[in-house]
Design a protein around this ligand. Structure first.
Ligand code: HEM
Length: 145
């Protein structure tokens, strides 16, 4: 490969920092969103393990979920800085605003879900967490273009 061709190849690859930033953000999103879907799918089976099964699995999931959320917030802020919103259009900034609102709503709903002592509260806040998390994911893909 000629030096020119390898330089062109390297230039076409995402800088290493972008690769690290976006990979951490997407990995954390996979744990936060994918984890919720997986636990929801396993809930029927977990209920068969006895009265305390769902709460024990929920607590174990929480130990994975909250560090993932912290990584999402940290890499999210890094994404915003790297994307330089002042150079982006009005629509991009509007989508970013909505995305940050739903990402924060997802965190608050998950915290309220975790503290719920009624089945209705668990179900309502759990559903809100799921919907807000998937919305943040879709808006992220829209932002990334
Ligand atoms: C529930 C929380 C969140 C989820 C599930 C999530 C998910 C995602 C996903 C899947 C992408 C697209 C990656 C790609 O297509 O390569 C993305 C991009 C992005 N996210 Fe998030 N995210 C979350 C929270 C946040 C927060 C809190 C912020 C800002 C403070 C943020 C800022 C961004 C930005 C600016 C991009 C575009 C990055 C670029 O194109 O360079 N995200 N997000």
């Amino acid at each position: 490969m000629t030096p020119g061709a390898s330089a062109a190849l390297l230039a076409s690859l995402a800088p290493a920092t972008t690769a690290v930033r976006m990979s951490l953000h997407v990995l954390a999103a996979a744990v936060w969103v994918g984890g919720q879907i997986t636990v929801a799918g396993l809930l029927g089976t977990v209920r068969g393990f006895g009265e305390g099964g769902p709460r024990a699995v929920g607590r174990a999931f929480g130990r994975l979920e909250w560090p993932a959320y912290a990584v999402l917030i940290a890499t999210g802020v890094w994404n915003v800085v790297a994307s330089r919103p002042s150079t982006q259009g009005g629509a991009w900034n509007a989508v970013l605003g909505v995305k940050i609102a739903v990402a924060l709503a997802a965190g608050v709903a998950a915290w309220l879900h975790q503290r719920s002592r009624t089945r209705a509260g668990l179900a309502a806040y759990g559903a809100l967490t799921g919907v807000a998390s998937v919305a943040a994911l879709v808006l992220g893909v829209v932002l990334a273009g």
